[in-house]
Design a protein around this ligand. Sequence first.
Ligand code: ZN
Length: 302
Amino acid sequence: MGFYVDGILGIDFGGTSLKSCLATGSQLKLYDAIPTPKDMAALRKSLMEVSKLANDDLHTSVAGVGIGLPGLVGQDGEALFLPHLKDFSSLNFVQLVEDIVGAPARLDNDANCAGVAELREIGACASGYEVVIGIGTGLGAAIFGPGGIARGFSGFSGEVGHICIERNGRSCECGRRGCWEQYCSGGSIRSELDSAGWVDINIEEVFREMDVNPDFKSLVEEFCFHLGLGIANLVAILDLERVVLTGGLARSLEAVLPKVRRYYLELVEGAGARRETEIRVGSLFEFAGAIGATYLWNLVDG
Ligand SMILES: [Zn+2]
């Protein structure tokens, strides 16, 4: 367990909802999710709302803000490429948040935030070679080795949701086609439900009722195949000891892990020759990113 520096606000900009939390002393307070702002006016308003919640709870101003963004983030606080939030690509989030909240801010990729938070919660695996996959509206990952998180040449490692798995496949918000997240995310399930006319069905219901509804069953089966396929590809590249699933959709995945494992074992190269890669669900779910964003300030061993 770590302890928290007083008064850090964590904000995670998901593709659909914005999650936030406040870290004070040894406590975490989670705030209700709100719709992700899609334009500048809504963004300013959302930031004012969440900072007011935190300031009211603290009876003073927050000491710092951690921000998680879904996409490529720069070293100077700017968003560089956000497939799900295109209007904010190239916006300097750190500057904007500092102006609105009145406290210093730090920024990271949302999946990196979520990965760090999950491993703080459940502990790193023995070898250190693991990937935390965040599945919400899109899909992203944090890649870990014995030295901790792998950042890559430009700081962009882990954008696995945009690995192409289907030539001329479904079009993706990143501007390309056939990306993994178009077959394996809350967004992909949502668009299949919408195009089948099931606009009022939520994704949790699809997983809950898959045994009684053949249409839901085939949707879940496809999802599990593509999750197993992606994990098999990551294991082929990284030889992982463990894969941890987090994000909003992870709540529904515990029940289908045997299916995912079965597909993974069918699809991974040399399954019989490998030590078994553990595939498990994390424990922070949709709040992993916001909680991890507070760690941008206060990751201190205690
Ligand atoms: Zn893509």
